[in-house]
Write a protein that binds this ligand. Structure first.
Ligand SMILES: [Zn+2]
Length: 433
C-alpha cells in the first residue's frame, strides 16, 4: 500500500469536520498528506492534471473507533446473541476466551477486524491488546491508532511479584504502533495496581484507556465490595482489595478519581452508569468518554446518558467495542444508534447530527491524543485519511443524512494517502454539473 501521489477524490460534499461543509468538494492528496481541499471547480494548478476520482456522496475524515478489541473479531458468534446483563455475557466470553489454544489466532483475528472496520471507513483505532500476539495489526492493515496494553485481574501481591515487571517488558517491547496503558476497570485490579499503572503511563508518555460504568452492579461494588460481583474470578475474588475492605464507600467516578484514572490523558469506555455528579467530575478532570451503544444493547445494559453528555458539554467519542459484544465493526451504525438514543432521551438541539459526526472523527482523535497531529479532521497538511460514504443529502442536512444512512455505505477508504478499501457505489453517479 504505497501512497498515491497527486490523487484527487471528489464528491457531492466534503465534511472536513473542523470547518464548514464544502459542496461539490474535493480533497487533493500529496503523498501521505492532504495537499489541498475545497470546491472541485477551484482545484489549484498542481493537481489540474491529476486523476480525479469522482464519487457520489460525502467525503469525511477517516473515522476514529475509540474503543475496540480487534483480537476478538473471531468471537463474532458471541456478539450475535442477546444477554441479560454484563455478568451473563462475561461468563460466555470467558468460555470462548479459554478455548483459544493457538496464539496465532489473536493476530489473524485482529487483522480481520482491521479489514472489516476499514471497509466501513475507519482509519484510526483505540485497540485494546490483552494478548500481545494481536499487536501489529494496525500497521499491517495500514491504519493509525494506539495499541493499549491491558492489565486485568492483578492483585497487589502478584503485581509486585512479577506482574509489574512483565507489564513493563510488554510496554517497552518495540512495536509498530504507539502503545498505551489499559487498566481494564477499577473493579478488576487492586487500586494500588491501577495507581501504579497510571504512574507507569505518565513515565512513558503513554495514553490511558479504561472501562468504566459498564455494569449496572459496578457502583454497588465500589460502595460495598459485594464479592458476588467478582464471581468470574472464582476463589481469587476474595483476595481483591475492595472485597476485603467491604468496598471503598465511594461512587464509580469518585473511586476512579481516587486512583488517578480521571485524567486528560485517559478516556473511558461505556460510561453508562454515571450520574450527574459523576459526569461533572469527568468533565472537570478532562477525561473523555467513548460510547458503545450497540455493544451495550447486546449485553442487555441500559443506554448511556447520551443526551446528558451532549447537553452538559462533553466532547464524546464513539466505539464499536469488539465483535464479541457487537454485531459489526461499522462505526456509523453506532453513530445512528447514538442519535436514536439522544432523541429518545429528549435531546432537541439541531446540532445533534453534527456533534455525532464530530464524535466519530475529531472527538475520537481527541480521546486518543491524536487531534494535534491532524487526525479526525480534513485539513491541508494533515494526514491523508478519509472515507467516502455513498449517501445522498439535501443542502441543509448533510450530516443528518450521513448519521442516519452511513452504515454499510462506505465506498472508499484512504489512510496515509493509500487506498485501503474501495467498493462500487450502489447508486448511480449523481454529480452536480
Ligand atoms: Zn471493551
Amino acid at each position: 500500500m504505497r501512497p498515491q501521489e497527486n490523487r484527487v477524490v471528489a464528491a457531492d460534499w466534503v465534511l472536513p469536520v473542523a470547518s464548514a461543509p464544502i459542496r461539490a468538494g474535493a480533497v487533493a492528496i500529496d503523498a501521505d498528506r492532504v495537499g489541498w481541499l475545497g470546491p472541485l471547480a477551484e482545484l489549484p494548478e498542481p493537481w489540474s492534471g491529476a486523476r480525479i476520482d469522482r464519487r457520489p456522496g460525502i467525503i469525511t475524515p477517516g473515522l476514529v473507533n475509540a474503543h475496540t478489541h480487534l483480537q476478538y473479531t473471531g468471537f463474532a458468534a458471541l456478539g450475535q446473541r442477546q444477554y441479560s446483563g454484563f455478568e451473563q455475557w462475561a461468563f460466555a466470553f470467558e468460555a470462548d476466551y479459554r478455548a483459544v489454544t493457538r496464539p496465532s489466532f489473536w493476530a489473524s483475528s485482529a487483522l480481520a477486524g482491521v479489514r472489516q472496520a476499514v471497509a466501513a471507513g475507519t482509519t484510526v483505532f483505540a485497540d485494546i491488546i490483552t494478548n500481545d500476539e494481536a499487536r501489529g495489526a494496525l500497521a499491517a492493515g495500514g491504519v493509525a491508532g494506539i495499541e493499549y496494553l491491558e492489565a486485568i485481574g492483578e492483585l497487589e501481591r502478584n503485581w509486585y511479584d512479577g506482574g509489574r515487571a512483565d507489564f513493563l517488558a510488554r510496554l517497552e517491547r518495540p512495536g509498530q504502533a504507539p502503545v498505551g496503558v489499559s487498566p481494564h476497570a477499577p473493579y478488576s485490579l487492586d487500586g494500588s495496581v491501577i495507581k501504579d499503572l497510571m504512574a507507569i503511563a505518565a513515565d512513558h508518555g503513554a495514553r490511558v484507556h479504561v472501562h468504566l460504568g459498564e455494569s449496572a452492579r459496578e457502583l454497588d461494588f465500589y460502595r460495598h465490595g459485594d464479592r458476588s460481583f467478582l464471581d468470574i474470578y472464582g476463589d481469587m475474588r476474595d483476595e481483591f482489595d475492595l472485597v476485603r475492605r467491604g468496598g471503598a464507600g465511594q461512587d464509580t467516578a469518585s473511586y476512579a478519581d481516587s486512583l488517578g484514572v480521571l485524567d486528560p490523558t485517559a478516556h473511558l469506555a461505556h460510561a453508562i452508569y454515571l450520574d450527574r455528579s459523576g459526569r461533572d467530575l469527568l468533565l472537570r478532570r478532562g477525561a473523555q468518554v467513548a460510547l458503545c451503544p450497540r455493544s451495550n444493547a447486546v449485553l442487555g445494559l441500559g443506554p448511556a446518558p447520551v443526551a446528558a453528555y451532549l447537553s452538559e458539554g462533553h466532547e464524546i467519542a464513539v466505539g464499536t467495542d469488539s465483535l464479541a459484544s457487537s454485531p459489526s465493526l461499522d462505526l456509523m451504525a453506532d453513530v445512528a444508534e447514538l442519535a436514536a438514543i439522544a432523541r429518545e432521551q429528549g435531546y432537541r438541539g439541531d446540532d445533534l447530527a453534527g456533534r455525532l459526526v464530530r464524535a466519530a472523527t475529531l472527538g475520537g482523535a481527541k480521546a486518543l491524543g491524536l487531534a494535534d497531529r491532524g487526525y479526525g479532521t480534513l485539513v491541508t497538511g494533515g494526514p491523508a485519511d478519509l472515507a467516502v460514504f455513498d449517501v445522498q443529502a439535501d443542502d441543509h442536512a448533510v450530516e443528518a443524512a450521513l448519521v442516519s444512512r452511513g452504515e454499510g455505505r462506505c465506498t472508499l477508504t484512504v489512510a496515509g494517502g493509500a487506498v485501503i478499501h474501495e467498493a462500487a457505489a450502489s447508486g448511480g453517479l449523481d454529480w452536480p454539473s
